[in-house]
Structures are given as C-alpha cells and as structure tokens.
Design a protein around this ligand. Structure first.
Ligand code: ATP
Length: 264
C-alpha cells in the first residue's frame, strides 16, 4: 500500500542530495512569479525519486536548481555537504529533447562532454553503454537518421559516459509515443538497478512515477510546495504489465486524489 514517508530518511540511508528550504521568485515584466515555496527534500543515495505535480508547480525550477543551472531566491541545495551553486561534474541532466547536435554523428555527440572538459573520451565505457542501450553499430549515424527513442538513448549514454553519481531527468520521455516510453522506462529501470545511480525524475504521468519510483514527491499547484511524499514498495524489476494490476491502479488513483489541479 501507499505510505506517507520522508521523516526518518537520515536514519535509514545516507543522504545524497539535500534541498533545504528552497524558494524561487522570478521577476518578469508583468510582475513577480512565486514558483517554489520552502521546499525541503532529502534524496537518498541510490534512490529513484520522482517529482510529480500539476503544470507550472515548479518541478523544472527545482531540478534546474539541483543541477546548478540557476540560483534560488532562498534556501540551498547540497550534494553531500557541498553547496550546489553551479554545474557539478557528479550531476548530469537529461531533458525532454535529446539535444544532440545535428552536424555531429552519434559518437561525436557522445564525446562532446569530454571535449568540453578537455579530457580523452572513455571509449571503453562509451562502447559498453552503447551496447547496453542497443545503439552499437549506430556510431556514425547523424541524429536525423535516428528515431526519437534512439536519440534519447544516445542522450542517456552521453550523460552516463562521464560517470556522474546523480542523474536529473526533466520529463525525458514526455515526447515519445506510448510504446517507446514503456521501453525507455524499462531501460532506465534496468540501468538504475545495474549502476546504483541516484535518479531524480520529473514526470506528468502518475503511472510513470509509480512504475519507476522508490518515492514520489507530490507537489501542489504554484507556488510549488510538497503536498505529500509517497513510498512505492512494489518489487523490482517491475514489468510493464504491472501497470494493469489492481494494486498498481489503486496507487495511481490514491495519488490522483492528492494532486490539487486548482489554479492558485
Ligand atoms: N525564467 C522564468 N521567468 C519567469 N517565470 C518563469 C521562468 N521559468 C519558469 N517560470 C514560471 O515559474 C513557474 C514554475 O515553472 P516550472 O517550469 O518550474 O514548472 P513545472 O512544474 O516544471 O511546469 P511544467 O510541468 O509545465 O513543465 C511557472 O509559472 C512558470 O511560468
């Protein structure tokens, strides 16, 4: 069954990332936007955490802050005890769009983060990852020659090639068709189980969150606050067909009831 949690994280597991009293105001020409209000989360080492909430509740704002891509108006983000104020080599981000450079082939897209860091690409690791996601043999293809799912697989390889310990994923499969999305959800579950990375994953889909997560942070409408934190104790690996079981559907319904869709 679903269980509210979040109180005794420290006692159970080591904390990988901490969001401590995060608030964010955007200044716009038409006035201020209060996007996040006093959000605190302790992300456990190696956990799969999903952020779920209505459109505009500040999920991307929170994730971008965790990536060090933009600052908070109040509060702080920490990786271990280190304050995150700019991008960090241990933290990689994956977006809804694969963001591959169209003029570079797959191999050269994957090597880009190494070039930026002025490092030699770790070809052994890259080749293993390409094989793992089923892209072996596609190294010389250009993004336009790859399907959306293949492009997103490539962006996963590009992120994991530099061996981060935290993967932040901002609705990574939101633009894919339902079958490809199921495939990608299975793949990311397998990769997570194999690598023990800490994953923080934004989705609009309650089913996707219940399928993937150890815990789901349910956020309320703007300004984003934590409405609930839900444990998902379904055994792993979870097969796609688990999504049709009564237990799974009950969990989805329970979360649906928690989400406040009313505009603030
Ligand atoms: N750069 C910005 N300048 C001004 N307002 C912004 C900016 N970025 C986001 N916002 C506003 O902050 C609020 C939260 O946006 P955010 O994208 O974080 O929400 P979200 O939950 O990720 O939304 P969605 O699920 O639709 O992607 C929204 O009202 C949005 O319009």
């Amino acid at each position: 069954m679903l269980a509210a949690s979040g109180s005794s994280v420290d006692a159970q597991n080591s904390v990988k990332m901490t969001v401590d009293g995060a608030s964010k105001f955007y200044q716009t020409r038409s006035g201020g936007v209060h996007a996040l209000d006093d959000v605190s989360i302790k992300v456990r080492e190696g956990e799969f955490l999903c952020l779920l909430g209505p459109s505009g509740c500040g999920k991307s704002t929170l994730l971008w802050s965790m990536a060090g891509l933009h600052g908070l108006s109040g509060g702080e983000i920490r990786l271990g005890s280190e304050k995150i104020t700019k991008p960090h080599p241990e933290i990689a981000m994956i977006f809804q769009e694969a963001n591959l450079l169209p003029w570079r082939n797959l191999a050269r897209n994957i090597e880009l983060p190494f070039e930026i860091k002025k490092q030699d690409p770790d070809r052994e690791r890259i080749n293993k990852l390409l094989k793992r996601v089923g892209l072996e043999g596609f190294e010389t293809k250009y993004p336009r020659e790859l399907s959306g799912g293949m492009q997103q697989r490539a962006s996963i390889v590009r992120s994991l090639a530099v061996n981060p310990s935290v993967l932040l994923m901002d609705e990574p499969f939101g633009a894919l068709d339902a079958f490809t999305r199921d495939e990608m959800n299975l793949l990311i579950q397998e990769i997570w189980m194999e690598t023990g990375k800490t994953i923080i994953f934004i989705t609009h889909s309650i089913s996707e969150a219940v399928f993937l997560a150890d815990r789901i942070v349910v956020m309320s409408a703007r300004p984003g606050r934590i409405a609930n934190i839900v444990d998902v104790d379904l055994p792993r690996p979870r097969p796609v067909k688990i999504q049709t079981t009564p237990d799974f559907l009950d969990r989805v319904e329970a979360i649906k009831a928690m989400i406040d869709h009313r505009p603030s």
